[in-house]
Design a protein around this ligand. Structure first.
Ligand code: SF4
Length: 406
């Protein structure tokens, strides 16, 4: 029975140009109807006890303080929470103030993940974020003074335009604020986003004023990773620059006491995100809300991502689940293999073969040998367990390595 619950809030004040998450523009009335439906869906879940709760989005903090606090209290009133529970909320620095943070904290949330993304105001403007770097810094201070002792910040690297020096400054600012957790994601261009359209608009871009500022600083790129580039266009950084940024990130954050525990995640000792570790360990979880999915008894259940349909289904007393996927033994094996390798501690080979009934080394011994020879994977022994993991070079090339196994 899952003990992890994800709750999706699909509203934002404004759409960021790179975003393809299930989220629309916040309107109080729509949000009110959604929260009522969400409560009904949560109420119908047979959850015995919760060890981790994650309220994500969208922007959960786009909701009005009373609405948000009421929802959190409602969830806490419905279920039994473990004594050492972890309850996270995602927050956008442009949507919080002291009162809202205090209300969230006193309702039971004990971990906050703040979407800082960059400490460079030009980059924030380019990305379409609604806040400045000053707002982000203030958000961390406000969260701390509201009683949050477990604060995470999300950062994005590989933003078109500025140099690696800008990323280094962002990391320095992040470390100066001493959050317990730092996630660093490479900016990816998702099809259908404003960013993808912008980058393909070659050779005569019509940048928004905010982007023009970045454009002036941006050196022309000879290659745009398949999405144009050169001339006066802003284009994605070169692969070498991305690798340099990523390597610097690992060196800099580990030198400052952060443990690199997953491809994109760093934490002070004892502050790894337990909710996300459950995903990477292929643990079961419930997901409620628009577009949310659940993983229970070897099946994945996908809620509709159409808001009107979601509201209608719930109001008619029907399940909002639109699709169910049986995870075959083969699929489970590959999911576990790839998710396990995302963690820097790698895969415990004995526990893996006991759970999935297959011996990784018997199946892929030759391939793994080649990857070892290339310095991309390593086999070792840790606390009497044999493990398989990616080397740092392997982590940098993880997408290519994963593709080679399918
Ligand atoms: S705030 Fe987050 S969810 Fe909302 S548009 Fe921006 S990236 Fe997407």
């Amino acid at each position: 029975m899952p003990t992890a619950l994800y709750v999706h809030i699909p509203f934002c004040l404004k759409r960021c140009i790179y975003c393809d998450f299930v989220s629309g523009i916040y309107e109080p009335e729509k949000a009110g109807a959604y929260i009522e439906a969400l409560k009904k869906e949560v109420q119908g879940r047979m959850i015995k006890g919760i060890s981790t709760l994650y309220i994500g989005g969208g922007t959960p903090t786009a909701l009005a303080t009373d609405v948000l606090a009421d929802l959190i209290k409602y969830i806490f009133s419905l279920f039994q929470f473990a004594e050492n529970y972890e309850a996270t909320i995602e927050a956008n620095p442009g949507t919080i103030d002291k009162e809202k943070l205090q209300a969230i904290r006193s309702s039971g949330i004990n971990r906050i993940s703040i979407g800082v993304q960059s400490f460079n105001d030009d980059e924030l403007a380019f990305l379409g974020r609604i806040h400045s770097s000053g707002d982000a810094e203030q958000a961390v201070h406000l969260a701390r003074s509201a009683g949050f002792e477990n604060i995470g910040i999300d950062l994005i690297y590989g933003i078109p335009g500025p140099s690696i020096e800008s990323w280094k400054r962002t990391l320095e600012e992040a470390v100066r604020l001493k959050p317990q957790h730092i996630s660093t994601y490479e900016l990816t261009v998702e099809e259908g986003t404003e960013l993808s359209e912008y980058l393909m608009d070659h050779p005569h871009p019509n940048p928004l004023p905010s982007r023009e500022r970045v454009l002036k600083k941006s050196p022309p790129s000879p290659r745009g990773r398949g999405i144009g580039g050169g001339g006066n266009n802003l284009s994605m950084p070169e692969e070498d620059t991305i690798i340099e940024m990523y390597e610097y990130t690992i060196d800099y954050l580990t030198a400052n006491g952060y443990v690199h525990y997953e491809i994109s995640n760093f934490a002070l000792p004892g502050y790894q995100c337990r909710h996300n570790l459950n995903y990477w360990d292929r643990g079961e979880y419930y997901g409620v809300g628009l577009g949310a999915h659940s993983f229970i008894d070897g099946k994945r259940f996908y809620n509709t991502d159409n808001l009107d349909e979601y509201l209608k289904m719930i109001s008619e007393g029907k399940s909002p689940i639109k699709e169910t996927e049986d995870i075959t033994a083969d699929k489970a094996f590959f999911e576990a293999f790839f998710l396990g390798l995302r963690k820097t501690e790698g895969i415990n080979l004995k526990a893996f073969s006991e759970r999935y009934g297959k011996d990784i080394l018997q199946l892929y011994g030759e391939k793994i040998g080649e990857l070892q020879d290339a310095g991309l994977m390593e086999l070792g022994t840790n606390r009497l367990n044999r493990y398989l993991r990616l080397t740092r070079k392997g982590i940098l090339l993880s997408n290519e390595i994963f593709a080679g196994f399918t």
